[in-house]
Design a binder for this molecule. Sequence first.
Ligand code: CA
Length: 223
Amino acid sequence: MTATILIVEDEARLGEILEDYLKREGFRTERARDGLRALELWRAAQPDMVLLDLMLPELDGFEVARRIRSESDVPIIMLTARDEEIDKLLGLGLGADDYVVKPYSPREVVARIKAVLRRSSGQLLAPEVYEVGVLRVDLARYIVTCEGLEIDLTPAELRLLGALAKDAPKVKGRPELLAASGDADRFADERTVDAHVKNIRKKLGQCGEKLETIRGVGYRLRA
Ligand code: CA
């Protein structure tokens, strides 16, 4: 993955957490803490995407987005704290590609980034395709197929299945699967994993038989 992401966030700690997380995911990053610096960096670094907080010193995020949009189609994901901001955002028609409401988990932001990059320029994402027999999990494009038929999974279900497929037929414990699903930062506990697995099995149809429960340990995908 070689995409460069410009992070515009005036809260230093939030910006750092996002930057660390994105770097670990293989992105290059630039970071600005006010609107004017954001525009400077946007011109200088030519990022593949802008993560843009709305409430910023100097120029606010609305104005930054407007100026970027007047010159470029670069994907923009807004980081917003309040519902009123979302209403204003949508009302202004600034051409943001997506928005994430605070408090967000970095994992959620990364999922949105990947989804938006996939729509705008899929070649920026490394392929992450895992095949277990007739089951195929494409983590970068969020597509699961069983014998070529597309299965409709939620993002959390897909990430969980992807974690199992990646290391099949290795057994994975519930804590690891919970983290992989991306639910770990919310109200989820390990029973959430069981609920996801139940849903996945049902949706997978005949491929669901591959998803085995290993009593007292966790789950695995049989090769
Ligand atoms: Ca802010």
